[in-house]
Design a protein around this ligand. Structure first.
Ligand code: ATP
Ligand code: MG
Length: 450
């Protein structure tokens, strides 16, 4: 029968590639944790109106890219195109803003946008996102940026440039919008169709256009930083000062306006030049008006979203290291039914102690089992046949060195195995060695004290 293929613009992560995702997920969670961000989980779909109201009607995301489904009744629902709107909704619905401020939350979610699928641009992609609610301080903007910066650094990524800008408040933007209109109007006919529309409805979106021709026209457009009111200008200066205090390099790029309408003041993008045109691996900013526009009390807030596919693409392009996946600690190869049953019994003892143990499930012969153990990278193998069953002991074989030691096949197998296994780790695994050193030193210090 014909096989059904996966939808255009989606990706499968096969088990042999999952370690890359685990690496990134671990690093983002660890970093978020030490900044005091806690995980929040929200639904994959929301009422369509939530995104229309927050992301903005004239944005590409809302006007062209949403996956909207109708349901019974007159409500329509949309698969989330981004994380912020749902998280703010949840914060309001669950009263998070009545708890201590600032509220700091993070999430790892899939997002859905009906875009032209290409490298680094998918229809289902994944974001790590952070939102901080309650602080108007420029120190908060800088803290959020430094979190994203720290993640990028921890992942080993290089050549990622932090671009920052301020797009002001609605007051400064009104004047700027008129200046942009005046600048682009004479070029109206040369602009792409979407941008002609943007010129009427939301001229700042013109600066976000991906078309090379339009970017060329926009080259000498007025810059928002010349239109900032006193408060917004002071805020921006302070953000920059805080970044300098933290030793974070940045460039001010007045063309960064971000694709969603809810941003105010600080906006930023981390851009890689190693993965082609879709180089923004992280984007975010302040959105002081959003909470109120979703029905909450006026609450300053800010956040960012990091595209995990693009992060992984960049890591691959740069040859960054990923965390190694656990491989099988001990494989039981067996001959005959009784031996196979013994393998099941012993493996479950080891698993109960947290060891990664496996045995044959395919009815293979001994030679094929050994081949399989090698293929899955088993660190040790025990062969059980009639004579081992009879004597109640077998050889534990170290698959790297070929070394063999005797091991009893019964109670206490875990302890015996652990002794061998930790010796092996001490020999081969630097991080384990460091851990063990620290442990032994601490133990010694304890002894000295007593
Ligand atoms: P772009 O300008 O590249 O279209 P965006 O401004 O639409 O990005 P955001 O809405 O800010 O992106 O989303 C945050 C991050 O999510 C982006 O910086 C990017 O890393 C990632 N991202 C956005 N859209 C996609 C997509 N279609 N496929 C993969 N990653 C994406
Ligand atoms: Mg986009």
């Amino acid at each position: 029968m014909e096989q059904i293929k996966r939808p255009n613009g989606t990706q499968d992560v096969v088990p042999s590639q999952a370690y890359k995702w685990h690496t990134v997920e671990q690093v983002v969670k660890d970093n978020a944790g030490i900044f005091g961000f806690k995980e929040i989980r929200v639904p994959t779909f929301e009422e369509t109106g939530l995104f229309v109201r927050s992301v903005g009607e004239t944005t590409d995301v809302v006007s062209k890219e949403m996956y909207t489904v109708s349901s019974t009744g007159d409500k329509t629902f949309t698969l989330r195109p981004e994380g912020t709107a749902g998280v703010i909704r949840a914060a309001l619905e669950n009263g998070l803003l009545n708890e201590g401020l600032p509220q700091k939350v993070f999430y790892i979610v899939s997002c859905f946008r009906h875009e032209k699928a290409q490298k680094g641009r998918l229809r289902e992609f994944h974001q790590f996102g952070c939102e901080m609610l309650g602080s108007p301080s420029p120190a908060a903007d800088a803290e959020l940026i430094s979190l994203a910066h720290g993640i990028i650094d921890s992942l080993g990524l290089k050549n990622i440039v932090l671009n920052i800008n301020s797009i002001g408040c609605p007051q400064c933007r009104a004047k700027y919008r008129e200046a942009l209109r005046a600048y682009f109007e004479p070029h109206r006919a040369e602009l792409c169709e979407t941008c002609q529309e943007r010129l009427d409805k939301n001229p700042m979106r013109l600066l976000d256009c991906k078309s090379k021709e339009d970017q060329e026209i926009a080259k000498d457009a007025p810059v928002i930083t010349d239109y900032l009111c006193e408060d917004c200008a002071a805020h921006f200066e302070s953000v920059k000062k805080h970044l300098s205090i933290m030793g974070i390099d940045y460039v001010v790029n007045p063309k960064i306006v971000r694709g969603l309408d809810y941003y105010t003041r600080t906006v930023f993008e981390f851009i890689s030049s190693d993965i082609g045109a879709q180089g923004t691996v992280c984007g975010g900013g302040r959105y002081d008006g959003l909470v109120e526009s979703l029905g909450g009390k006026p609450t300053p807030a800010l956040g960012f979203g990091m595209g995990l596919e693009r992060i992984i693409l960049t890591m691959e392009a740069q040859g960054c290291e990923f965390m190694e996946e656990k491989t099988c600690d001990l494989y039981f190869a067996s001959m005959g039914e009784a031996a196979a049953e013994k393998a099941v019994e012993l493996a479950s003892m080891l698993r109960a102690e947290g060891f990664f143990a496996e045995y044959d499930l395919m009815g293979r012969g001994l030679k094929a089992q050994m081949k399989y153990a090698d293929k899955i990278g088993a660190k040790y193998v025990i062969v059980i046949g009639d004579s081992e069953l009879e004597s109640g002991s077998a050889k534990l074989k170290n698959m790297t060195t070929g070394e063999q030691t005797d091991i009893t096949l019964g109670e206490g197998i875990s302890e015996q195995f652990a002794e061998q296994y930790y010796a092996l780790l001490l020999d081969t695994d630097e991080s384990f060695r460091n851990f063990a050193d620290a442990f032994l030193t601490a133990q010694q210090e304890d002894k000295n004290e007593n």
